[in-house]
Design a protein around this ligand. Structure first.
Ligand code: HEM
Ligand code: HEM
Length: 145
């Protein structure tokens, strides 16, 4: 799951930076919020979640991680697309409703991530991995992570 999150995160930094460059060139800052959330809720948050899953396989293998992936993965684009339409003046009620749904879905994804972290991320798992690396290095093996 960690790698899937990292790949999704990289797509968001490409989108986020493209919007930033577009705003910088046109001096039209209407999309600031879309740019900020693509970069922070997309790239930064997803990459942090991805690294968390890479470091803690128990959390990554949990069904909660799959739920997080789909809710974050569907809710965020819904938020960003509806917000883009709204800042360009297209804001019928159904778009506003879809934006709220996107926010609720993405927010639920993060709630599930939080539950997963509290249930399946243990300091002892990280410590064991560090100890394994040290033993491998002492035995002349390759350094891991
Ligand atoms: C080539 C890269 C980038 C360009 C050209 C760019 C450009 C911009 C521009 C033009 C604004 C609007 C400023 C304003 O409204 O006064 C902005 C805002 C913002 N950018 Fe970027 N940006 C880039 C990369 C990033 C990255 C990588 C992040 C985060 C990881 C980021 C986070 C933000 C945030 C949070 C805001 C909103 C700040 C606020 O509300 O005052 N940007 N950016
Ligand atoms: C479901 C989740 C979220 C919702 C509904 C939400 C909603 C909002 C709203 C309504 C604003 C004000 C926008 C404006 O003034 O135009 C805002 C601004 C901002 N949010 Fe969020 N946000 C969410 C998640 C996040 C996350 C996870 C981050 C960072 C990791 C973040 C960072 C920011 C920043 C930096 C701003 C100020 C930049 C801007 O003007 O857009 N938000 N957010």
């Amino acid at each position: 799951m960690g790698v899937r999150f990292l790949k999704m995160a990289v797509i968001y930094i490409l989108v986020g930076i493209s919007i930033g460059i577009y705003m910088g060139t046109t001096l039209n800052f209407a999309l600031t919020s879309v740019h900020a959330h693509a970069n922070l809720f997309g790239w930064a948050t997803m990459a942090l979640c991805g690294f968390t899953y890479l470091l803690f396989p128990k959390a990554s293998n949990s069904r909660l991680a799959k739920w997080h992936f789909w809710l974050h993965g569907l809710g965020l684009p819904l938020m960003l697309i509806t917000l883009t339409l709204m800042v360009h003046g297209y804001a019928p009620n159904w778009i506003i409703m879809l934006k709220r749904i996107g926010e609720a879905v993405a927010g639920t994804g993060i709630l599930i991530f939080a539950i997963n972290v509290f249930s399946n991320v243990k300091a002892s798992d990280f410590q064991n991995k560090r100890n394994d690396n040290v033993s491998m290095e002492k035995a002349g093996g390759e350094h891991f992570g």
